[in-house]
Write a protein that binds this ligand. Structure first.
Ligand code: GDP
Ligand code: ZN
Length: 321
């Protein structure tokens, strides 16, 4: 593989780039010259991990070479190692994972108190997923214009809990230009993945951040092998110099694909810090005597909603809450 690459490197000029969109066999790659190229893969890429259904993901740093047969296109010759990535169960191949995006600095979940209501359970699942992939996370509360002053202060109170756990929080109305500008500043010099239930205002936010994104029309549809209509392609947009967002249309949630139940407590920061203090080292923190986490919960050091989220994720009864 590497030898192939050096031979190719001698024959063709190499350009680095970042994958901005994946469209089945074709990819859009932004080259280091700032141009967007249609690219395909060189021959058959051997997947390092056979359980992954897509060899190249949005956010991947790649090396491009010229496509001899097509002067407007380029070929992806190598993929640089990923700093991190988010994976979910493949919609197309059972038992396979699909990489949604890679090389992410911050994962944002857009949440709303009402119309629609985002449950704390849903937020916690997102945060657990981000922890598992070691990606910093933010809860972005949208539509605050719909809240009374009392409701807003209640929301801020609840979000303080998340701040104390090490997560970022922000409050905006995606319709308000001023809010968008200050939120944009928080995205400086990083790549931010944006996710959320439909209806929370994600398209409104993305379109305000990047007017040319035009989320409705740029969505790519494809028929999967089973003939089911899916629109689950992530796309990377430039917000400003050196700040990018990755939008994830059609992706309702980032599944807990790779998390085993005995690992779950590691992904709750407030549970993680008590691990090792339970009487039994295989404690599930549900019913066991001498459980440090149950005591902390009884003392009010762990919130009801977070402990509930832990239990429902552990027991697997929180699907589609
Ligand atoms: P998406 O499904 O998450 O992409 O949501 P959309 O961006 O399509 O927004 C859903 C609805 O919520 C639309 O009618 C938007 O105009 C509305 N909306 C989005 N952001 C806000 C907001 O901050 N305040 C209010 N009041 N409505 C909003
Ligand atoms: Zn325990």
């Amino acid at each position: 593989m590497m030898e192939d690459f050096f031979i190719l490197a001698l024959q063709f000029k190499i350009m680095q780039g970042i994958v901005t969109k994946s469209m089945g066999l074709w990819y859009l790659v932004e080259g280091s010259d700032g141009t967007s190229y249609q690219c395909r893969l060189k021959g058959k890429f051997k997947l390092e991990n056979k359980k992954i259904s897509n060899p190249v993901a949005v956010g991947d740093k790649v090396d491009l070479i010229d496509d001899e047969g097509n002067k407007d296109a380029k070929i992806i010759a190598t993929i640089h190692p990923r700093r991190n990535y988010i994976i979910r169960t493949s919609p197309k191949k059972k038992g396979h994972g699909h990489i949604i995006a890679s090389n992410i600095d911050l994962a944002v979940i857009v949440a709303t108190v009402a119309t629609p209501r985002t449950s704390l359970g849903f937020i916690d699942r997102f945060l657990v997923t981000a922890e598992a992939f070691r990606i910093p996370a933010m809860v972005l509360c949208n539509k605050i214009d719909l809240l009374s002053p009392e409701e807003l202060s209640g929301l801020k109170e609840k979000m303080k809990e998340y701040e104390n756990l090490g997560y970022q929080t922000a409050f905006i109305s995606a319709l308000d230009k001023k809010d968008i500008e200050s939120f944009k500043k928080r995205l400086s010099n990083q790549t931010t993945l944006i996710s959320g239930h439909s209806g929370v205002g994600k398209s409104t936010l993305v379109n305000n951040l990047i007017p040319e994104a035009d989320q409705k029309t740029s969505e790519i549809s494809e028929f999967s092998e089973k003939g089911i209509h899916t629109t689950t392609f992530a796309e990377r947009f430039r917000v400003a110099d050196d700040s990018y967002i990755i939008d994830t249309p059609g992706i309702k949630e980032l599944g807990l694909a790779e998390i085993e139940s005995h690992e779950l407590s590691h992904y709750f920061p407030e549970l993680r810090e008590l691990l090792g203090q339970c009487k039994f080292n295989n404690c599930t923190h549900t019913h066991e005597p001498g459980c440090a986490i149950a005591s902390a919960y009884e003392e009010g050091e762990i919130s009801q909603s977070r402990y509930d989220s832990y239990l429902s994720m552990l027991l697997g009864d929180d699907n589609r809450r």
